[in-house]
Design a protein around this ligand. Structure first.
Ligand SMILES: *Cc1c(COP(=O)(O)O)cnc(C)c1O
Length: 359
């Protein structure tokens, strides 16, 4: 007797999107990025769907180990490296590769006695100013890391701030590329720079490994929606109308009475709220499908419910199907209306929502 809200996750869509990512970068190997529980899609499920990836990359060390326990025997990469030197023996034992982004991590590796061969991904801060060595410090970090006997390979990596907005005046993409190219010139080893935006928009930057994330789930990095890039939505969040109200002009709907009807309206109440992961800050007018017909939210999203205008959906009834995002309603469109990005909606899917896996 569950609530009617269900997130359907399509395995074939995940597979299709990975194939798109690979086709954009035919000469490169591809990490499937599965951080944050595979952007809300389920780590184990994503692992099965991405059997064709050359490796899986994530942030959470405990889930990296979990992937090994689940039987993933290709490479695994921790994109932020290890957080605690005490984790190194376990990472080595499971052959888990890791980013190295700061001197403290190198010092821990120098002090780590092991017979294992470790694969490091040395991160350059090419302008985003989150993690990594600045270009002028990169070579010294590389040399120091290369001296450690256990280090079997060093991949050079960086991350772009504006791959979906290359003309951004504060940090043009070309500037980040130049810093990375100059800072790594002459160093032997593989290179990896592409997130989804770069994979989709800049195939010439594929180098040796690409790192697509959101595109695998049918989200798009910048403007546009999945279909513009030949991607399929992997997650469709569906629920039902559980109640209806006839509202007279001047009557208000929901907490704070944020929406006041200016005419006679039929309102549907949907079993979906912010405790399911729907954004509370979605304004009046956020798109929704009811029985396949596009309409919009009215009033504030509450914990377990939200309200929609049924004036243009004449056949709607208690039990009518509602799509919050996914098939027929791109997640990026809903996210845009709510002032956020598809990434955040996917990742926020709440544990109480039932998940149904479909082909
Ligand atoms: C999350 C992440 C990615 C994937 O980014 P998307 O925009 O989701 O494609 C790639 N590289 C690193 C280092 C990341 O942390």
């Amino acid at each position: 007797m569950p609530r009617p809200i269900v997130a359907s996750i399509s395995i074939s869509a995940l597979q299709h999107n990975l194939a798109v990512a690979r086709a954009k970068a035919p000469g490169a190997r591809a990490w499937g990025v599965v951080k944050a529980n595979a952007y809300g899609h389920g780590l184990e499920r994503a692992m099965r769907a991405f059997a064709d990836a050359d490796g899986l990359a994530l942030i959470e060390p405990d889930y990296a180990v979990r992937l090994r326990e689940l039987g993933w025997n290709k490479p695994i990469l921790l994109l932020e490296g290890f957080f605690d030197a005490a984790d190194l023996p376990q990472l080595a034992a499971h052959d888990i590769q890791f980013a190295v982004h700061c001197d403290e991590q190198i010092a821990h590796l120098e002090a780590f006695a092991t017979d294992a061969v470790l694969h490091a991904h040395l991160k350059m801060n090419s302008g985003m100013n989150r993690l990594g060595f600045r270009p002028e410090a990169y070579r010294a970090a590389h040399a120091r890391l290369a001296k450690i006997a256990a280090i079997g390979s060093i991949t050079m990596m960086t991350h772009f701030a504006n791959a979906d907005d290359e003309g951004n005046p504060d940090l043009p993409l070309a500037e980040q590329i130049k810093r990375f190219t100059d800072g790594t010139a002459g160093l032997a080893g593989a290179r990896s720079v592409c997130n989804s935006a770069a994979d989709l928009l800049h195939p010439e930057l594929a180098f040796d490994w690409v790192r697509p994330g959101v595109m695998l789930y049918g989200g798009t990095p910048g403007g546009g929606t999945a279909a513009d890039f030949g991607l399929r939505p992997a997650m469709t969040l569906r629920s039902e109308i559980i109640g209806m109200q006839q509202v007279a002009p001047g009557e208000a709907i929901g907490y704070g009475s944020r929406f006041v009807a200016d005419r006679q309206m039929t309102i549907g109440v949907v079993a979906c709220g912010y405790a399911d992961g729907y954004p509370r800050h979605a304004p009046n007018g956020t798109p929704v499908l009811v029985d396949g017909i596009r309409t919009a939210t009215v009033g504030r999203v509450s914990m377990d419910m939200l309200a929609v205008d049924l004036s243009q959906v004449p056949g709607a009834h208690v039990g009518s199907s509602v799509v919050l995002w996914g098939e027929g309603l791109p997640i990026d469109e809903v996210a845009f209306a709510a002032g956020t990005i598809g990434y955040e909606l996917m990742c926020a899917l709440a544990p109480r929502v039932a998940v149904r896996e479909v082909q």
